[in-house]
Design a protein around this ligand. Structure first.
Ligand code: HEM
Length: 480
Protein backbone atom coordinates (compact mmCIF):
# COMPACT_ATOMS: atom_id res chain seq x y z
CA UNK A 1 0.00 0.00 0.00
CA UNK A 2 1.30 3.48 -0.70
CA UNK A 3 0.82 6.42 1.66
CA UNK A 4 -1.46 7.98 -1.00
CA UNK A 5 -4.08 5.29 -0.35
CA UNK A 6 -4.98 6.93 2.96
CA UNK A 7 -6.62 10.30 2.21
CA UNK A 8 -5.10 12.28 5.06
CA UNK A 9 -7.58 15.14 4.62
CA UNK A 10 -10.30 12.67 5.74
CA UNK A 11 -8.52 11.41 8.90
CA UNK A 12 -8.60 13.27 12.23
CA UNK A 13 -5.03 14.35 13.00
CA UNK A 14 -4.81 12.61 16.40
CA UNK A 15 -4.11 9.35 14.58
CA UNK A 16 -0.80 10.77 13.38
CA UNK A 17 0.09 13.41 15.97
CA UNK A 18 -0.14 13.93 19.73
CA UNK A 19 0.04 17.73 19.07
CA UNK A 20 3.27 18.03 21.09
CA UNK A 21 3.48 21.82 20.70
CA UNK A 22 0.16 22.13 22.53
CA UNK A 23 1.02 22.24 26.21
CA UNK A 24 -2.54 22.53 27.51
CA UNK A 25 -5.77 20.80 26.58
CA UNK A 26 -9.36 20.59 27.69
CA UNK A 27 -11.52 17.55 27.13
CA UNK A 28 -15.27 18.24 27.14
CA UNK A 29 -17.81 15.45 27.60
CA UNK A 30 -20.99 16.54 25.84
CA UNK A 31 -24.60 15.46 26.30
CA UNK A 32 -26.77 16.11 23.25
CA UNK A 33 -30.01 17.80 24.29
CA UNK A 34 -31.35 19.04 20.96
CA UNK A 35 -30.52 17.08 17.83
CA UNK A 36 -31.00 19.81 15.27
CA UNK A 37 -29.23 22.52 17.32
CA UNK A 38 -26.37 20.08 17.86
CA UNK A 39 -26.16 19.47 14.10
CA UNK A 40 -26.11 23.19 13.49
CA UNK A 41 -23.24 23.56 15.98
CA UNK A 42 -21.40 20.67 14.32
CA UNK A 43 -21.71 22.31 10.92
CA UNK A 44 -20.21 25.49 12.35
CA UNK A 45 -17.22 23.81 14.06
CA UNK A 46 -16.40 21.10 11.52
CA UNK A 47 -14.08 23.38 9.51
CA UNK A 48 -11.99 23.70 12.69
CA UNK A 49 -11.60 19.95 13.27
CA UNK A 50 -7.95 19.31 12.51
CA UNK A 51 -7.28 16.81 9.75
CA UNK A 52 -4.14 14.76 9.29
CA UNK A 53 -3.44 16.68 6.07
CA UNK A 54 -2.61 19.84 8.01
CA UNK A 55 1.05 20.73 7.43
CA UNK A 56 3.31 20.14 10.47
CA UNK A 57 0.63 18.90 12.90
CA UNK A 58 3.36 18.49 15.53
CA UNK A 59 3.88 22.26 15.50
CA UNK A 60 0.24 23.37 15.65
CA UNK A 61 -0.61 25.99 18.26
CA UNK A 62 -4.22 24.83 18.55
CA UNK A 63 -6.25 21.82 17.43
CA UNK A 64 -9.60 20.21 17.99
CA UNK A 65 -10.97 16.70 17.47
CA UNK A 66 -14.49 15.33 17.82
CA UNK A 67 -15.46 11.82 18.89
CA UNK A 68 -18.81 10.08 19.52
CA UNK A 69 -19.97 7.32 21.82
CA UNK A 70 -22.58 4.83 20.72
CA UNK A 71 -25.25 6.86 22.58
CA UNK A 72 -24.18 9.96 20.68
CA UNK A 73 -24.46 8.20 17.31
CA UNK A 74 -27.87 7.00 18.34
CA UNK A 75 -28.89 10.56 19.36
CA UNK A 76 -28.00 11.58 15.81
CA UNK A 77 -30.33 8.97 14.38
CA UNK A 78 -27.87 6.13 13.70
CA UNK A 79 -29.32 2.67 14.24
CA UNK A 80 -26.70 1.32 16.67
CA UNK A 81 -28.60 -1.97 17.09
CA UNK A 82 -28.35 -3.08 13.45
CA UNK A 83 -25.36 -5.33 14.14
CA UNK A 84 -22.81 -3.17 12.30
CA UNK A 85 -21.06 -1.80 15.36
CA UNK A 86 -19.13 -4.09 17.72
CA UNK A 87 -21.31 -4.93 20.77
CA UNK A 88 -18.61 -3.80 23.21
CA UNK A 89 -18.67 -0.33 21.64
CA UNK A 90 -22.47 -0.22 21.71
CA UNK A 91 -22.65 -1.34 25.34
CA UNK A 92 -19.95 1.12 26.42
CA UNK A 93 -17.44 0.72 29.24
CA UNK A 94 -19.88 1.11 32.12
CA UNK A 95 -21.95 -2.01 31.43
CA UNK A 96 -21.51 -4.80 33.96
CA UNK A 97 -19.89 -7.55 31.85
CA UNK A 98 -17.39 -5.01 30.58
CA UNK A 99 -16.31 -4.02 34.07
CA UNK A 100 -14.52 -7.21 35.02
CA UNK A 101 -12.86 -7.46 31.60
CA UNK A 102 -11.04 -4.17 31.95
CA UNK A 103 -10.62 -4.15 35.74
CA UNK A 104 -13.34 -1.60 36.55
CA UNK A 105 -14.06 -3.30 39.85
CA UNK A 106 -13.68 -2.30 43.50
CA UNK A 107 -12.18 1.20 43.73
CA UNK A 108 -12.24 1.41 39.91
CA UNK A 109 -15.95 0.65 39.59
CA UNK A 110 -18.25 3.14 37.80
CA UNK A 111 -19.83 4.30 41.09
CA UNK A 112 -16.52 6.11 41.80
CA UNK A 113 -16.32 7.83 38.42
CA UNK A 114 -16.61 11.60 37.85
CA UNK A 115 -18.23 10.98 34.46
CA UNK A 116 -19.26 8.19 32.12
CA UNK A 117 -21.20 5.88 34.48
CA UNK A 118 -24.81 4.89 33.82
CA UNK A 119 -26.10 7.07 36.68
CA UNK A 120 -24.42 10.22 35.30
CA UNK A 121 -25.28 12.42 32.30
CA UNK A 122 -24.69 10.54 29.08
CA UNK A 123 -21.37 11.16 27.37
CA UNK A 124 -22.61 11.39 23.79
CA UNK A 125 -19.59 13.11 22.34
CA UNK A 126 -16.17 14.28 23.46
CA UNK A 127 -14.64 17.48 22.11
CA UNK A 128 -10.88 17.41 22.50
CA UNK A 129 -9.31 20.87 22.40
CA UNK A 130 -5.60 21.65 22.47
CA UNK A 131 -3.61 24.90 22.71
CA UNK A 132 0.02 25.93 22.91
CA UNK A 133 -0.74 27.95 26.05
CA UNK A 134 -3.74 28.99 28.14
CA UNK A 135 -4.62 32.24 26.26
CA UNK A 136 -4.41 30.43 22.91
CA UNK A 137 -6.61 27.60 24.14
CA UNK A 138 -9.22 29.86 25.71
CA UNK A 139 -9.36 32.02 22.57
CA UNK A 140 -9.66 28.92 20.39
CA UNK A 141 -12.43 27.51 22.58
CA UNK A 142 -14.42 30.74 22.20
CA UNK A 143 -14.39 30.20 18.45
CA UNK A 144 -15.92 26.75 19.06
CA UNK A 145 -18.98 28.34 20.74
CA UNK A 146 -18.88 25.91 23.63
CA UNK A 147 -20.99 27.98 25.98
CA UNK A 148 -23.52 29.28 23.51
CA UNK A 149 -24.99 26.33 21.60
CA UNK A 150 -28.34 25.05 22.82
CA UNK A 151 -27.64 21.66 21.21
CA UNK A 152 -25.72 20.16 24.11
CA UNK A 153 -24.74 20.54 27.72
CA UNK A 154 -21.22 19.95 29.01
CA UNK A 155 -21.45 16.99 31.39
CA UNK A 156 -17.83 17.22 32.49
CA UNK A 157 -14.60 18.96 31.44
CA UNK A 158 -11.02 18.06 32.28
CA UNK A 159 -8.45 20.85 32.15
CA UNK A 160 -5.17 19.22 31.31
CA UNK A 161 -1.60 20.38 31.26
CA UNK A 162 1.57 18.67 30.08
CA UNK A 163 4.45 18.40 32.51
CA UNK A 164 7.95 19.53 31.57
CA UNK A 165 9.96 17.09 29.49
CA UNK A 166 6.81 15.09 28.61
CA UNK A 167 6.66 13.36 31.99
CA UNK A 168 3.60 11.82 33.58
CA UNK A 169 2.86 12.40 37.27
CA UNK A 170 4.91 9.50 38.71
CA UNK A 171 7.88 11.17 37.01
CA UNK A 172 8.56 8.96 33.96
CA UNK A 173 8.95 10.31 30.45
CA UNK A 174 5.89 9.18 28.52
CA UNK A 175 4.64 8.86 24.96
CA UNK A 176 7.94 7.59 23.55
CA UNK A 177 7.26 4.07 22.32
CA UNK A 178 4.57 4.00 19.65
CA UNK A 179 3.86 1.74 16.71
CA UNK A 180 5.27 3.18 13.48
CA UNK A 181 2.54 3.22 10.86
CA UNK A 182 3.19 1.46 7.63
CA UNK A 183 3.37 2.93 4.97
CA UNK A 184 3.99 6.37 6.53
CA UNK A 185 6.95 5.86 8.81
CA UNK A 186 10.47 6.62 7.64
CA UNK A 187 12.06 3.91 9.82
CA UNK A 188 13.57 0.81 8.26
CA UNK A 189 10.80 -1.19 6.51
CA UNK A 190 11.87 -4.39 8.32
CA UNK A 191 11.74 -2.81 11.77
CA UNK A 192 9.77 -5.02 14.19
CA UNK A 193 7.92 -1.86 15.20
CA UNK A 194 6.25 -1.32 11.82
CA UNK A 195 2.49 -1.83 12.08
CA UNK A 196 -0.01 -1.72 9.21
CA UNK A 197 -2.27 1.35 9.25
CA UNK A 198 -5.35 -0.93 9.15
CA UNK A 199 -4.68 -1.81 12.81
CA UNK A 200 -5.75 1.76 13.56
CA UNK A 201 -7.91 3.00 10.69
CA UNK A 202 -11.15 1.37 9.55
CA UNK A 203 -11.18 0.19 5.94
CA UNK A 204 -7.42 -0.31 5.48
CA UNK A 205 -5.23 -3.39 5.41
CA UNK A 206 -4.19 -4.70 8.80
CA UNK A 207 -1.26 -6.91 9.84
CA UNK A 208 -3.04 -9.96 8.36
CA UNK A 209 -3.47 -8.19 5.02
CA UNK A 210 -7.23 -8.07 5.61
CA UNK A 211 -9.37 -4.97 5.42
CA UNK A 212 -10.00 -3.76 8.95
CA UNK A 213 -13.53 -3.73 10.27
CA UNK A 214 -15.47 -0.88 8.66
CA UNK A 215 -18.89 -0.51 10.29
CA UNK A 216 -21.60 1.08 8.17
CA UNK A 217 -23.58 3.77 9.97
CA UNK A 218 -27.23 3.76 8.90
CA UNK A 219 -30.14 6.05 9.67
CA UNK A 220 -32.44 4.21 7.31
CA UNK A 221 -32.22 1.70 4.48
CA UNK A 222 -31.37 4.52 2.05
CA UNK A 223 -29.32 6.73 4.31
CA UNK A 224 -25.99 5.27 5.38
CA UNK A 225 -22.33 6.22 5.54
CA UNK A 226 -19.10 4.24 5.59
CA UNK A 227 -16.74 4.73 8.54
CA UNK A 228 -13.59 4.23 6.44
CA UNK A 229 -10.69 6.38 7.75
CA UNK A 230 -12.17 6.47 11.27
CA UNK A 231 -10.89 4.73 14.41
CA UNK A 232 -11.98 3.80 17.92
CA UNK A 233 -10.77 6.06 20.71
CA UNK A 234 -10.58 4.76 24.28
CA UNK A 235 -10.72 7.53 26.89
CA UNK A 236 -9.99 6.65 30.51
CA UNK A 237 -9.35 9.17 33.26
CA UNK A 238 -6.78 7.46 35.49
CA UNK A 239 -6.07 9.16 38.82
CA UNK A 240 -2.53 8.61 40.12
CA UNK A 241 -1.68 8.50 43.83
CA UNK A 242 1.82 9.97 43.61
CA UNK A 243 2.57 10.26 47.37
CA UNK A 244 1.47 6.62 47.89
CA UNK A 245 3.60 5.45 44.94
CA UNK A 246 6.83 7.02 46.17
CA UNK A 247 6.30 6.41 49.90
CA UNK A 248 5.60 2.72 49.20
CA UNK A 249 8.72 2.50 47.02
CA UNK A 250 10.83 4.12 49.79
CA UNK A 251 9.42 1.69 52.34
CA UNK A 252 10.12 -1.53 50.41
CA UNK A 253 13.20 -0.67 48.31
CA UNK A 254 15.49 -1.87 51.12
CA UNK A 255 14.24 -5.46 50.65
CA UNK A 256 15.49 -5.44 47.07
CA UNK A 257 18.90 -3.84 47.37
CA UNK A 258 17.71 -1.14 44.96
CA UNK A 259 16.97 2.55 45.52
CA UNK A 260 13.33 3.68 45.33
CA UNK A 261 14.06 5.15 41.90
CA UNK A 262 15.68 1.94 40.61
CA UNK A 263 12.75 -0.09 41.87
CA UNK A 264 10.29 2.28 40.14
CA UNK A 265 12.28 1.78 36.93
CA UNK A 266 12.08 -2.01 37.33
CA UNK A 267 8.31 -1.75 37.78
CA UNK A 268 7.88 0.40 34.69
CA UNK A 269 10.46 -1.50 32.62
CA UNK A 270 12.20 1.68 31.45
CA UNK A 271 14.41 4.30 33.11
CA UNK A 272 12.79 7.54 34.27
CA UNK A 273 14.13 9.04 31.03
CA UNK A 274 12.65 6.36 28.81
CA UNK A 275 15.67 4.13 28.15
CA UNK A 276 15.20 0.36 28.16
CA UNK A 277 17.81 -1.68 30.04
CA UNK A 278 17.31 -4.28 27.28
CA UNK A 279 18.28 -1.78 24.59
CA UNK A 280 21.94 -2.19 23.78
CA UNK A 281 22.08 1.36 22.40
CA UNK A 282 20.99 2.89 25.74
CA UNK A 283 19.12 5.78 24.11
CA UNK A 284 15.41 6.65 24.14
CA UNK A 285 14.75 5.37 20.64
CA UNK A 286 12.45 7.11 18.28
CA UNK A 287 11.88 3.85 16.38
CA UNK A 288 10.88 1.94 19.56
CA UNK A 289 12.46 -1.10 17.96
CA UNK A 290 14.38 -2.70 20.83
CA UNK A 291 13.91 -6.40 21.69
CA UNK A 292 14.12 -8.64 24.73
CA UNK A 293 16.23 -11.27 22.95
CA UNK A 294 19.14 -10.79 25.37
CA UNK A 295 16.92 -10.70 28.42
CA UNK A 296 14.96 -13.91 28.33
CA UNK A 297 14.42 -14.24 32.07
CA UNK A 298 13.81 -10.55 32.76
CA UNK A 299 16.97 -9.74 34.71
CA UNK A 300 17.26 -6.45 32.86
CA UNK A 301 13.54 -5.74 32.36
CA UNK A 302 11.27 -7.82 34.63
CA UNK A 303 8.70 -9.86 32.69
CA UNK A 304 5.96 -8.42 34.89
CA UNK A 305 6.93 -4.76 34.34
CA UNK A 306 4.42 -2.36 32.76
CA UNK A 307 6.18 -1.78 29.46
CA UNK A 308 7.12 -5.44 28.89
CA UNK A 309 3.52 -6.50 29.45
CA UNK A 310 2.02 -3.68 27.37
CA UNK A 311 4.23 -4.56 24.40
CA UNK A 312 5.98 -7.90 24.94
CA UNK A 313 7.76 -7.57 21.57
CA UNK A 314 9.72 -10.76 20.82
CA UNK A 315 9.33 -12.35 24.25
CA UNK A 316 6.09 -14.38 24.07
CA UNK A 317 5.82 -18.07 23.05
CA UNK A 318 8.69 -19.77 24.81
CA UNK A 319 10.76 -16.68 24.51
CA UNK A 320 10.69 -16.35 28.28
CA UNK A 321 12.14 -19.84 28.83
CA UNK A 322 15.73 -20.31 29.91
CA UNK A 323 18.73 -22.26 28.71
CA UNK A 324 20.63 -22.97 25.55
CA UNK A 325 18.19 -25.63 24.34
CA UNK A 326 15.25 -23.20 24.48
CA UNK A 327 17.28 -20.65 22.56
CA UNK A 328 18.13 -23.15 19.83
CA UNK A 329 14.48 -24.26 19.64
CA UNK A 330 13.36 -20.61 19.40
CA UNK A 331 15.83 -19.94 16.61
CA UNK A 332 14.51 -22.84 14.55
CA UNK A 333 10.84 -22.44 15.33
CA UNK A 334 10.86 -18.68 14.68
CA UNK A 335 9.30 -18.08 18.14
CA UNK A 336 10.74 -14.58 18.38
CA UNK A 337 9.48 -13.58 14.99
CA UNK A 338 6.06 -15.08 15.59
CA UNK A 339 5.90 -13.39 19.00
CA UNK A 340 6.61 -10.08 17.31
CA UNK A 341 4.05 -10.56 14.58
CA UNK A 342 1.42 -11.76 17.11
CA UNK A 343 2.11 -8.76 19.36
CA UNK A 344 1.86 -6.35 16.41
CA UNK A 345 -1.75 -7.45 15.93
CA UNK A 346 -2.46 -6.10 19.42
CA UNK A 347 -0.96 -2.63 19.41
CA UNK A 348 -2.45 0.74 20.32
CA UNK A 349 -1.46 4.33 19.54
CA UNK A 350 -1.31 6.20 22.86
CA UNK A 351 -2.25 9.88 23.04
CA UNK A 352 -2.29 10.38 26.83
CA UNK A 353 -2.30 13.84 28.39
CA UNK A 354 -1.67 14.48 32.13
CA UNK A 355 -4.11 16.50 34.23
CA UNK A 356 -3.97 18.07 37.68
CA UNK A 357 -1.32 20.04 39.50
CA UNK A 358 2.07 18.62 40.39
CA UNK A 359 2.14 17.49 44.01
CA UNK A 360 4.74 19.01 46.29
CA UNK A 361 5.04 15.88 48.41
CA UNK A 362 6.31 12.39 47.81
CA UNK A 363 9.03 12.56 45.17
CA UNK A 364 12.61 11.63 45.98
CA UNK A 365 14.83 14.71 45.78
CA UNK A 366 16.43 13.72 42.47
CA UNK A 367 13.03 13.60 40.79
CA UNK A 368 11.22 16.51 42.50
CA UNK A 369 13.29 19.09 40.62
CA UNK A 370 12.13 17.73 37.26
CA UNK A 371 8.44 17.75 38.07
CA UNK A 372 7.30 21.06 36.61
CA UNK A 373 3.91 21.82 35.10
CA UNK A 374 3.94 23.56 31.73
CA UNK A 375 1.12 25.94 32.67
CA UNK A 376 0.82 26.86 36.34
CA UNK A 377 -2.55 28.52 35.96
CA UNK A 378 -4.29 25.65 34.18
CA UNK A 379 -4.41 22.99 36.84
CA UNK A 380 -7.60 20.98 37.08
CA UNK A 381 -9.68 21.11 40.25
CA UNK A 382 -9.48 17.35 40.27
CA UNK A 383 -6.59 15.38 41.69
CA UNK A 384 -3.77 14.50 39.33
CA UNK A 385 -3.51 11.71 36.83
CA UNK A 386 -3.41 10.73 33.21
CA UNK A 387 -6.10 11.10 30.58
CA UNK A 388 -5.32 7.77 28.99
CA UNK A 389 -6.31 8.03 25.32
CA UNK A 390 -5.60 5.33 22.79
CA UNK A 391 -6.56 4.55 19.20
CA UNK A 392 -7.26 1.16 17.66
CA UNK A 393 -9.47 -0.35 14.97
CA UNK A 394 -10.62 -3.28 17.12
CA UNK A 395 -11.40 -2.57 20.78
CA UNK A 396 -11.52 -6.17 21.80
CA UNK A 397 -8.39 -7.35 19.98
CA UNK A 398 -6.28 -4.34 20.89
CA UNK A 399 -7.08 -2.20 23.96
CA UNK A 400 -9.06 -4.86 25.84
CA UNK A 401 -6.59 -7.64 25.11
CA UNK A 402 -3.70 -5.54 26.45
CA UNK A 403 -5.64 -4.47 29.52
CA UNK A 404 -7.18 -7.83 30.29
CA UNK A 405 -4.78 -10.52 29.07
CA UNK A 406 -1.49 -8.74 29.62
CA UNK A 407 -1.72 -5.96 32.26
CA UNK A 408 -4.32 -7.61 34.50
CA UNK A 409 -3.28 -11.22 34.00
CA UNK A 410 -1.59 -12.71 37.07
CA UNK A 411 -0.18 -15.47 34.85
CA UNK A 412 1.38 -13.30 32.16
CA UNK A 413 4.52 -14.91 30.64
CA UNK A 414 5.88 -17.41 33.14
CA UNK A 415 4.52 -15.49 36.13
CA UNK A 416 2.21 -17.12 38.61
CA UNK A 417 0.59 -14.45 40.70
CA UNK A 418 1.30 -10.86 39.76
CA UNK A 419 -0.50 -8.19 37.72
CA UNK A 420 1.04 -5.02 36.23
CA UNK A 421 2.64 -3.16 39.17
CA UNK A 422 1.80 0.30 37.72
CA UNK A 423 -1.52 0.01 35.88
CA UNK A 424 -2.82 -3.44 36.78
CA UNK A 425 -5.89 -4.23 38.86
CA UNK A 426 -5.61 -7.48 40.83
CA UNK A 427 -8.92 -9.36 40.93
CA UNK A 428 -7.65 -10.79 44.22
CA UNK A 429 -5.15 -9.51 46.85
CA UNK A 430 -3.07 -12.64 46.23
CA UNK A 431 -2.19 -11.25 42.80
CA UNK A 432 -0.75 -7.92 43.99
CA UNK A 433 2.83 -9.15 43.66
CA UNK A 434 5.87 -8.15 41.64
CA UNK A 435 8.80 -10.43 40.89
CA UNK A 436 12.28 -9.03 40.25
CA UNK A 437 14.75 -11.57 38.89
CA UNK A 438 18.14 -10.67 40.33
CA UNK A 439 21.37 -12.64 40.54
CA UNK A 440 21.71 -14.97 42.36
CA UNK A 441 18.06 -15.19 43.51
CA UNK A 442 14.85 -13.36 42.78
CA UNK A 443 12.88 -11.02 44.96
CA UNK A 444 9.11 -11.15 45.22
CA UNK A 445 7.38 -8.04 46.53
CA UNK A 446 3.93 -8.75 47.95
CA UNK A 447 0.85 -6.68 48.68
CA UNK A 448 1.46 -3.87 46.17
CA UNK A 449 -1.04 -1.05 46.74
CA UNK A 450 -3.18 0.16 43.85
CA UNK A 451 -1.51 3.35 42.62
CA UNK A 452 -4.09 4.32 40.01
CA UNK A 453 -7.89 4.57 40.06
CA UNK A 454 -10.31 4.88 37.15
CA UNK A 455 -12.31 8.14 37.41
CA UNK A 456 -14.19 8.06 34.10
CA UNK A 457 -14.23 5.98 30.95
CA UNK A 458 -15.76 5.89 27.48
CA UNK A 459 -15.42 3.98 24.25
CA UNK A 460 -15.68 6.47 21.40
CA UNK A 461 -15.51 6.53 17.64
CA UNK A 462 -13.14 9.10 16.13
CA UNK A 463 -14.94 9.39 12.80
CA UNK A 464 -13.40 10.49 9.52
CA UNK A 465 -14.15 14.04 8.41
CA UNK A 466 -16.58 12.69 5.81
CA UNK A 467 -18.47 10.69 8.45
CA UNK A 468 -18.60 13.78 10.66
CA UNK A 469 -20.14 15.76 7.79
CA UNK A 470 -22.73 13.01 7.23
CA UNK A 471 -23.62 13.02 10.94
CA UNK A 472 -23.95 16.81 10.84
CA UNK A 473 -26.10 16.77 7.71
CA UNK A 474 -29.08 15.00 9.18
CA UNK A 475 -31.40 12.44 7.66
CA UNK A 476 -31.43 12.11 3.86
CA UNK A 477 -34.14 10.73 1.61
CA UNK A 478 -36.74 11.06 4.33
CA UNK A 479 -34.86 8.64 6.65
CA UNK A 480 -34.94 8.53 10.47
C1 HEM B 1 -1.86 5.99 34.88
C2 HEM B 1 -1.64 4.88 34.22
C3 HEM B 1 -0.44 4.69 33.33
C4 HEM B 1 0.80 5.25 33.42
C5 HEM B 1 1.32 6.22 34.46
C6 HEM B 1 1.56 4.75 32.30
C7 HEM B 1 2.88 5.10 32.05
C8 HEM B 1 3.62 4.62 30.98
C9 HEM B 1 4.96 5.00 30.72
C10 HEM B 1 5.77 6.00 31.55
C11 HEM B 1 5.36 4.34 29.61
C12 HEM B 1 6.75 4.38 28.98
C13 HEM B 1 6.99 5.50 28.07
C14 HEM B 1 6.62 5.19 26.66
O1 HEM B 1 6.97 4.13 26.14
O2 HEM B 1 5.95 6.01 26.07
C15 HEM B 1 4.25 3.53 29.17
C16 HEM B 1 4.25 2.74 28.05
C17 HEM B 1 3.14 2.06 27.59
N1 HEM B 1 1.93 1.95 28.22
FE1 HEM B 1 1.38 2.84 29.93
N2 HEM B 1 0.79 3.89 31.57
C18 HEM B 1 -0.45 3.83 32.16
C19 HEM B 1 -1.54 3.09 31.74
C20 HEM B 1 -1.55 2.28 30.63
C21 HEM B 1 -2.68 1.52 30.19
C22 HEM B 1 -4.05 1.48 30.88
C23 HEM B 1 -2.30 0.88 29.04
C24 HEM B 1 -3.08 -0.04 28.13
C25 HEM B 1 -4.17 -0.66 28.41
C26 HEM B 1 -0.92 1.25 28.77
C27 HEM B 1 -0.20 0.84 27.68
C28 HEM B 1 1.10 1.20 27.41
C29 HEM B 1 1.80 0.81 26.21
C30 HEM B 1 1.25 -0.01 25.03
C31 HEM B 1 3.09 1.34 26.32
C32 HEM B 1 4.22 1.25 25.29
C33 HEM B 1 5.03 0.01 25.51
C34 HEM B 1 6.07 -0.17 24.42
O3 HEM B 1 5.74 -0.04 23.25
O4 HEM B 1 7.19 -0.47 24.78
N3 HEM B 1 -0.51 2.10 29.76
N4 HEM B 1 3.19 3.72 30.03
Amino acid sequence: MSADDVPLHDVQALVFSAFPACKVAQFHMLTIVDQSAFRQWMNEVLPQVTSAAVPAADELSSACQLAFSSSGLSQLGVDTADGQLPPIFVRGTHCSNQQSRVGDIGENAPEHWHWGSARQSAVDAVLLTYGKDVPTLTGFQKSLRLGTSSGFSVAHSIRSCRLADDREHFGFRDGINQPRLQPFSAIHPRSPNHVAVGEFLFGHRNQDGDLALTPLLSRSARDSCSTVNGSFLVFRQLEQDVPLFWSWLESVAGQTGLSARQLAEKMLGLSMDGISAADTRQQPRADGGFRYAHDRDGRLVPIGSHVRRANPRDSLFGASGRGLWTRIKDAFSGARQSSNSFVNRHRIIRRGFPYGSVTKVGYPESIAAQMLPCALDWASDERRGLNFLCLNADLSKQFELIQNSWLNSPKFGDLENGVDPIAGVPADDDYANFRIPQAPTRTQLRGLPQFIRVRGSAYLMLPSLQTLRWLAQGPQHGGA
